[in-house]
Design a protein around this ligand. Structure first.
Ligand code: IPM
Ligand code: MG
Length: 347
C-alpha cells in the first residue's frame, strides 16, 4: 500500500531493495489506501484493501494524508485508512526504534555528544486511547461549539502492550520506562497501576515511570538514558516524532505494528516509515526513502523470519549514510532514486 504524497516514491525504493534480495516465492499484492483510495474507490480503506491485508503475512505501507481531502468528513479522510488498518487488524503494538547511525551525530538537532548515545525503542500502544474513543462536536446550551474526544484504556489493553514492552526490554538492556500523565489523568493512573502489576513477571527488567512532559524534556536532555519506552497512543505519537529529530531526521525512522496473529515464520504486521505523506515535496524525487527501506528490514525480521536479510538491508543503509549519501532532510541533495540506488549497491 503505497498511499499518498511521497508514499509511492519511498515505497518504490523499498521494493527495489526487496527485488535486489531476490527472495524466492514472495507474492506481492498492491492495494490502495488513503486519499488515493478515496479518489479511486470513494473510501480511504476500501473493502478489497482490507481483504488483501487480511490475506497477507505482512503489509508494507507508504504514507497517507492529502490536503485535497481536508474538507471531507472525518470517516472519509486519508488518515482513517491507517487508523482503520491498525484497529481492524488488531495491530496494537507499534515498535519505533530510534538509534544513532555512526557518523550522523552532526545531523541531530542535539549536540553530537548528547546524540551519540541514542539507542532506544518506543513501544507505542496503537489500538486505544483518545484516538479511538468516542468523539464529536456539539453546541452547548449557551451556543458555544465544543469539540470532545474520550480518552480511556481498559486494563487488558495496557497489560498486553506492557508485556510486549517488557519482552522487548529483555532482549535489549533490560530497562523499561513507562510514560504517562498519572498526576492528572485517571487513564494514566490505571496505566501505571497495570504496568506495575505486569512488572512482577519481569523481575530482570528495571522499570521506572515518567510523566510525559518530563519524558519529552529528558529525551532532548539525555536521550542515552533510555532503553525501551512504553506509552499510550497519543503520547507515543508525539514522542516518536521528537525522537526522530534527536536521531537526525524523520526520514530515517521505521516502524512495525504488530498484533497477535502469527505467520509461518513470525508475526503478522504492518510496516511504515513514521513520517507522513509530505505533500509539499511529493512527486519531486526529494524524499528520503531510508525510513521506508528500514521498514522493509523490520518486515523481513518480524513477519518473514529473515533476520540475516533484515540485517543486510540495515547495514546497507548504514553504509550509504557512512559514505555521505544524504537526502534533503539531512541537508544533502541526493534524490529518492539515488538513495535507493546507493542502498541497493551496498546490499
Ligand atoms: C503516525 C501518524 C499517524 C498517527 C497519523 C497519520 C494518523 O502520525 O503514524 O505517527 O497519528 O498515528
Ligand atoms: Mg505521528
Amino acid at each position: 500500500m503505497r498511499g499518498d504524497g511521497i508514499g509511492p516514491e519511498v515505497t518504490a525504493e523499498a521494493l527495489r531493495v526487496l527485488d535486489a534480495l531476490a527472495l524466492p516465492g514472495l507474492v506481492l499484492i498492491e492495494a490502495d489506501a488513503g486519499g488515493i483510495a478515496y479518489k479511486r474507490h470513494g473510501h480511504p480503506l476500501p473493502e478489497e484493501t482490507l481483504v488483501a491485508a487480511r490475506s497477507a503475512d505482512a503489509i508494507l505501507f507508504g504514507a497517507v494524508g492529502d490536503p485535497d481531502c481536508d474538507g471531507l468528513e472525518r470517516r472519509l479522510r486519508p488518515e482513517q485508512a491507517i487508523l482503520g488498518l491498525r484497529s481492524e487488524l488488531g495491530l496494537f503494538a507499534n515498535l519505533r526504534p530510534a538509534t544513532m547511525f555512526a557518523g550522523m551525530e552532526d545531523a541531530s538537532a542535539l549536540r553530537p555528544e548528547v546524540a551519540r548515545a541514542i539507542d532506544l525503542l518506543i513501544v507505542r500502544e496503537l489500538n486505544g486511547d483518545v484516538y479511538f474513543g468516542d468523539k464529536g462536536t456539539r453546541t452547548l446550551d449557551d451556543g458555544r461549539r465544543q469539540g470532545w474526544d474520550m480518552m480511556s484504556y481498559a486494563e487488558d489493553e495496557v497489560r498486553r502492550i506492557a508485556h510486549v514492552a517488557f519482552r522487548a526490554a529483555q532482549g535489549r538492556k533490560r530497562r523499561l520506562t513507562s510514560v504517562d500523565k498519572a498526576n492528572v489523568l485517571e487513564t494514566s493512573q490505571l496505566w501505571r497501576d497495570v504496568v506495575i502489576e505486569v512488572a512482577r513477571e519481569y523481575t530482570d527488567v528495571a522499570l521506572d515511570h515518567l510523566y510525559v512532559d518530563n519524558a519529552a524534556m529528558q529525551l532532548v536532555r539525555n536521550p542515552g538514558q533510555f532503553d525501551v519506552i512504553v506509552t499510550g497512543n497519543l503520547f507515543g505519537d508525539i514522542l516518536s516524532d521528537q525522537a526522530s529529530m534527536c536521531v537526525g531526521s524523520i526520514g530515517l525512522l521505521a516502524s512495525a505494528s504488530l498484533g497477535e496473529r502469527t505467520t509461518a515464520h513470525g508475526t503478522f504486521g504492518l510496516y511504515e516509515p513514521i513520517h507522513g505523506s509530505a505533500p509539499d515535496i511529493a512527486g519531486q524525487g526529494k524524499a528520503n526513502p531510508m525510513a521506508a527501506i528500514l521498514s522493509l528490514a523490520m518486515l523481513l525480521r518480524h513477519s518473514l523470519g529473515l533476520e540475516p536479510e533484515a540485517a543486510r538491508v540495515e547495514a546497507a543503509v548504514a553504509a550509504a549514510l557512512a559514505d555521505g549519501v544524504r537526502g534533503g532532510d539531512l541537508g544533502g541533495s541526493d534524490s529518492t532514486r539515488t538513495i535507493g540506488d546507493a542502498v541497493v549497491a551496498r546490499l
